[in-house]
Write a protein that binds this ligand. Structure first.
Ligand code: URA
Length: 421
């Protein structure tokens, strides 16, 4: 094959053959197809799309660019992936909850970039906790505790790492077949038998429109089935932050509240709903709501954190500086925009501008009211946490249109919008 022929075929709207796809992904990973050629092909795919067969083959080629994790675990393995949101700390209570119900949860996670947070950044606010585990350590912990949240090992889907960096700088990230194959290559290579996807839609999500998010959900489930991984997807609302806490240590604290039987209702609802989906895939008939209430999931959390060097009883980092954002008028909070709150938390130091930047563990936003609540002019609505008070004006600017207050209460919306299987 010649790369230019593959590019021309897709540019002109044709379907690529399985052989062309396997060749081009492999040759690109080995450096034999140039970056500018892959950039042109990614743009052709962005504009022309790929059908279900092409997308499944593309995903398989990215999996085959590296090694698959082979987990020797004596319970059914099942994992969850979220397409990314604001205040989305669900992995933290979910992994120990599902493990307490009898499954093994190998949750290989990422760091935040942009306005969405990363699970590893959140957990690293726990003193001593370690994200990098060897395959042997992952397997041992899955057998002893049942849940692992750790960094992806470097051998998983190296083609995706290279291609994602290229897409990031060539305007080709927001393509359903490219996003879906990127997510699924990493998750399938991880070797879990079942996978539940939490596909976000709304201002704080990658996919702003519901139609696009549904198409992504369908494509993810199709790829899973094509590769023999039992996959279901929930489409969930991301127009307002999940829970009250957005940041790193503040989100860990909120996850612990949920594990101890409290916490915000939306975080509890989504945690239990995703746990039910995961347990159904693992063929385990245990009620996760009962296990959450019993405190068993909290015990598993403590063992999971301890196994990775963390001290679950240690105090979490506190911010050096807190600014209160007051309600501008009285009435009902009818909107609190997820994207704006995510950007504010990012600017306060919870996220990073460049991949290599550190994050501030204590930075973030606490939302003191949720849409539908009554608020009073001048009373605190948000708390901005940071160690770098110079960042506060930029965070306040991000929040300038974030809040809507009305005289009548908003229509209550659903958090879980659709299920795809
Ligand atoms: N997350 C991924 O892992 N890949 C994408 O392409 C987009 C979001």
């Amino acid at each position: 094959f010649a790369a230019v022929d593959v590019i021309r075929a897709k540019r002109d709207g044709g379907a690529l053959s399985d052989e062309q796809i396997r060749w081009v992904v492999d040759a690109y990973t080995r450096g034999e197809v140039a970056e500018e050629q892959m950039a042109a092909l990614a743009m052709a795919v962005f504009l022309r799309g790929m059908d279900a067969r092409e997308t499944a083959t593309w995903t398989g080629a990215m999996i085959d660019s590296g090694s698959r994790l082979s987990l020797r675990v004596d319970r059914p393995t099942v994992d969850k992936h979220s397409t990314g949101g604001v205040g989305d700390k669900i992995t933290l209570p979910l992994a120990p909850l599902v493990a307490s119900c009898g499954a093994a949860v190998p949750q290989l996670s990422g760091r935040g970039l942009g306005h969405t947070g990363g699970t590893l950044d959140k957990l690293e606010s726990i003193p001593g906790w370690r994200a990098a585990l060897s395959v042997g350590e992952i397997t041992a912990q899955l057998n002893s505790v049942g849940a692992v949240i750790c960094a992806a090992t470097s051998g998983l889907a190296p083609a995706d790492r290279k291609l994602y960096a290229l897409r990031d700088v060539t305007g080709t990230v927001e393509s359903v077949p490219l996003i879906a194959s990127s997510i699924m290559s990493k998750k399938i290579a991880e070797g879990s038998a079942g996978l539940v996807l939490d596909v976000k839609t709304g201002s704080g999500a990658f996919m702003k429109s519901r139609e696009q998010a549904l198409e992504l959900a369908r494509t993810l489930v199709e790829i899973g089935s094509a590769h023999g991984v039992a996959t279901t997807a929930l489409l969930t609302d991301m127009n307002t932050p999940l829970g009250s806490a957005v940041g790193n240590a503040v989100e860990v604290a909120e996850a612990v509240e949920v594990l101890q039987g409290g916490g915000p209702a939306d975080v509890v609802e989504l945690t239990v709903a995703l746990a039910r989906e995961m347990l159904a895939l693992a063929d385990i008939s245990v009620d996760p709501a009962r296990v959450l209430a019993s405190g068993e999931a909290y015990e598993t959390w403590c063992r999971m954190i301890t196994a990775q060097g963390g001290d679950p009883a240690a105090p979490l980092p506190q911010p050096g500086h807190v600014t209160v954002f007051a309600a501008p008028s009285s009435g009902y909070l009818s909107a609190l925009d997820a994207y704006a709150v995510g950007v504010a938390a990012w600017r306060l130091g919870a996220g990073r501008a460049r991949k290599e930047d550190p994050v501030q563990h204590a930075a973030g936003v606490r939302c003191l009211a949720k849409p539908g609540d009554r608020v009073v002019a001048g009373e605190p609505l948000l708390e901005l946490h940071t160690d770098t008070p110079d960042a506060v004006p930029a965070a306040l600017e991000a929040l300038s249109d974030a809040v809507q207050i009305t005289d009548t209460p908003p229509e209550p919306g659903n958090l879980i919008l659709h299920r795809t299987d």
